[in-house]
Design a protein. Sequence first.
Length: 121
Amino acid sequence: MDNSNTTIFEFLEEAKESLTAYVYVQIKLFKLQLVKKNAIIGGLLIWLLILFFFLFGLMLFAGFAFSFWIGALLQNLPIGFAITALIFAILILLITLFRKQLFINPIIKIIIQQQMSDIDE
């Protein structure tokens, strides 16, 4: 009887070691998956930041070109710049009013999709 008790205790000890190793591997896997998803999201945010700066430069030069063009058509540069400023003010107002639909909700959706995606690779 003592021999069977020793066998059960040995089995339980081996099962405990196997379970501990399994939990350790699962924690490591979770950490690696989290790092991968955070790296993807970080890369996406950096890409969006770079895109923002390029769009800012584009809008700046397009605004100057439009201002000079309208100013030349009206033969009054200050009015051309005023019209451009008014157009930009209207664009800023519209973007501010629709910021959730245009920016916040799509970015949140992309982040959630990245967090919930399975690792198929």
